[in-house]
Design a protein around this ligand. Structure first.
Ligand code: ATP
Ligand code: MG
Length: 482
């Protein structure tokens, strides 16, 4: 019986082509990231570092969790699942072992055996492949061997006397290990663009902190915190990062007061960059990140982006600059942030009547001088910074939602997990996925109390708070079974 699952982590090719010291440093960082992440699952998971790979040995009860985590970890190119057998020196033992594991999977299929070998043996890899292949053919119901286009590729690694039979191969995230590329501050509004931009930055190995400008409304702030937490948990949890909230209501008021309507949009983005620059400086961060994309909206024409960019000397990265909206949405869907973006509330932003599409350098220079920068400085002074892993606690402090542990007969539970079958709790349970809550909740009878349910009782807390603020209602609680 096999009760240990082995994973072999192959590194991103851009890491492998680096010089030996850079490569060593990156593998070291990936090793430490993987260790940090898997320790959260179980301290007994064993991780070993080699010059060109990392191996993970986990008790089989964690196989799915470990696989999912590794597939979302930047720096990993390919993930192999293997079964390891020791004391495998003789061809005879090897071929029998492989047949024992693999033969049942070959029924009716064509196959080929591919082997990698290192160490000293009295046979070479070609012989190994041939002998194992022949034995498999004779001892299975396979259709036959096909060297070029097989249904199944039986992959073996023989390292001295350790035999690894590869049972699965997955394409992973690629990118660089977080911690190898410094820090960035991402201007995060929770829509499609800024979340995808943040994801690309995390995947590239950059430690990505978030800054959010609150233009009015707790609901938007909670919504953005939700998606930042989701993104960090999924792809970036090897490192702690900050979430900074800047109160921008007064800045918006001052814009209305002092800036011509056609330039309000451009001016708002300039002020966001200027505030972000100050915050990044305080944090010792060299670069800013936005989800801006050429031609997407009037403030993102090349000319207007140039006017916005002039507001700061800091490096501003815009990874989506040349991407089309469907491409961006495709990524959002793949990484699971699409639903968040769709349910993000519209903030009462600075909506110019007739926004300028080709602003003037002279005019913006003049207009910018009319703004009272004390208002901006005050906003930055009042900014609140927390760690992303403190978001749940922080949202609860903003106004806490009651948590209920046992149900009464007339309680109505809303299962927000978006699973096809709602959880069975012996009381009335509605199945409304979180991204439909905003639309569906208003249709429910108002005289009842609703208890939101999810797996861990964490997302339900955020969503309850979000709904309460957004819809200004009180009849929402969280259900968390004991
Ligand atoms: P998103 O980028 O999240 O899809 P959006 O497209 O509505 O939101 P734009 O108005 O196009 O945002 O703004 C361009 C960029 O400016 C965003 O991608 C984001 O980086 C930044 N930004 C806009 N609003 C905010 C905000 N309230 N807080 C932080 N950054 C913001
Ligand atoms: Mg946008």
């Amino acid at each position: 019986m096999q009760n240990t699952q082995k994973f072999i982590i192959k590194l991103f090719p851009e890491i492998m082509v680096k010089g030996s010291s850079a490569k060593k440093q990156m593998i070291g960082q990936l090793y430490s990231n993987v260790k940090t992440l898997l320790e959260k699952i179980d301290k007994n998971i064993n991780i070993k570092k080699f010059s060109d790979k990392i191996e993970v040995l986990t008790p089989t009860q964690h196989t799915d969790k470990v696989r999912d985590k590794l597939l979302d970890t930047p720096g990993i190119e390919t993930l192999l699942e293997a079964i390891q057998f020791d004391n495998m020196r003789k061809l005879d033992d090897i071929k029998k072992k492989v047949a024992e594991v693999i033969a049942p999977k070959l029924e009716g299929k064509t196959f080929v055996v591919r082997a990698k070998r290192s160490g000293s043996h009295d046979f070479n890899s070609v012989e190994l492949e041939r002998v194992v292949g022949g034995h498999l053919k004779a001892n299975s119901n396979a259709k036959g061997v096909d060297l070029h286009n097989p249904d199944i590729k039986v992959m073996l690694e023989l390292l001295e006397n350790q035999l690894n039979i590869i049972t699965a191969k997955y394409k992973a995230l690629g990118g660089f290990p977080i911690g190898t590329q410094g820090d960035i501050l991402s201007l995060m509004s929770g829509g499609f663009d800024s979340t995808v931009a943040s994801y690309l930055s995390i995947k590239r190995g950059v430690k990505t902190h978030f800054v959010f400008f609150n233009l009015g409304g707790n609901a938007h702030e909670i919504g953005v915190k939700q998606v930042a937490l989701y993104l960090w948990n999924k792809f970036g949890a090897s490192h702690r990062v900050k979430f900074v909230t800047v109160p921008f209501e007064d800045v918006v008021t001052e814009i209305f007061h002092s800036i011509p309507s056609s330039y309000m949009g451009v001016m708002l983005k300039r002020l966001m960059l200027q505030a972000s620059e100050k915050i990044a400086d305080e944090m010792g961060i060299d670069a800013l990140l936005t989800g801006e994309s050429v031609a997407q909206v009037s403030s993102q024409t090349l000319r207007n982006l140039s006017l916005i960019d002039q507001a700061t000397d800091k490096l501003v990265l815009r990874p989506l600059a040349m991407m089309n909206k469907p491409e961006i949405i495709y990524i959002a869907d793949k990484i699971g942030t699409k639903h968040f973006a769709e349910s993000m509330p519209e903030y009462c932003g600075v909506i110019s009547q007739n926004p300028v599409t080709h602003g003037s350098y002279k005019r913006i220079e003049k207009i910018a001088k009319q703004f009272n920068y004390e208002v901006l400085n005050k906003a930055v002074e009042d900014a609140k910074s927390i760690y992303v892993d403190e978001i749940i606690q922080n949202v609860n402090e903003m106004a806490s939602t009651q948590i209920v542990h046992t149900l009464n007969d007339d309680d109505i539970v809303i299962d927000i997990r978006g699973k096809e079958e709602p959880v069975n709790l012996n009381v009335k349970t509605l199945n409304i996925p979180f991204y439909k809550l905003k639309k569906e909740f208003v249709k429910l009878p108002k005289d009842k109390t609703y208890l939101l349910y999810c797996d861990k009782g964490i997302m339900s807390q955020l969503h309850a708070q979000y709904l309460k603020d957004l819809l200004n209602v009180k009849n929402i609680k969280v259900y968390r079974p004991n």
